[in-house]
Design a protein around this ligand. Structure first.
Ligand code: MN
Length: 205
């Protein structure tokens, strides 16, 4: 169980086959303005890999992009909408097929309006994770130990949450509805990038 930091790309062969958990850290919430600083990825076997991008990165990252684009690999996210936009804009790849634990939570945990990752991990896995470093400066050349720990913890639990949500979606008869939402997410991210970030184009007014 280790956290590995890599510069500019993922080494070949560090991930086992199967689904990968993915998260990103950026300079802020406006994707074209706020650059991608870090991409975290884990195969769920206990190690987390952090790919750090410098201020002048060209975001070529061929190994990482191949994994993200692999049609045989399910990508697990929490709030995929944001990560997909950052990955599309900076790495020029559509990270599908995907599963989003936030959407799965909204479709199954209808007894609450708390769908943050911290809340899911606490309720479903009885584990506490800190969100203290969430709004820290990810833009520097060196990340602190606290930042690395935080970044790794954001992908550490997604496989277990995914397993549980597959069961709950099936139980509630919402697997197909969830899949339709996941399939639409790259387009939702495109709308965000194209200038419809907060407007609900399905809304009446
Ligand atoms: Mn994160």
């Amino acid at each position: 169980m280790s956290v590995y930091l890599h510069e500019e790309d993922l080494p070949v062969g560090v991930l086992a086959e199967g689904p990968v958990a993915v998260d990103t850290e950026t300079m802020g919430l406006i994707t074209p303005r706020d650059r991608l600083c870090l991409l975290q990825i884990s195969d769920g076997r206990g190690d987390e890999h952090l790919v750090h991008f410098g201020r002048d990165s060209d975001y070529k990252a061929p190994n990482l992009r191949a994994v993200l684009a692999d049609p045989a690999r399910l990508k697990l996210f929490h709030y995929a909408r944001f990560d997909l936009a950052a990955i599309s804009h900076y790495l020029n790849v559509v990270a599908t097929p995907l599963f989003c634990t936030k959407i799965a939570s909204r479709l199954t945990r209808t007894y609450t309006d708390r769908h943050g990752l911290k809340e899911l991990v606490k309720e479903m896995l009885a584990t506490d994770i800190s969100k203290q470093q969430q709004s820290s400066d990810w833009g520097g050349p060196v990340l602190s130990e606290a930042q690395k720990d935080y970044a790794a913890s954001d992908v550490r639990y997604l496989h277990r949450l995914h397993d549980e949500f597959v069961i709950r979606l099936e139980r509630e008869g919402r697997t197909a509805m969830a899949q339709a939402c996941f399939d639409f997410l790259p387009h939702r991210a495109d709308l965000d990038l194209a200038g419809w970030p907060e407007i609900d184009i399905f809304g009446h007014s």
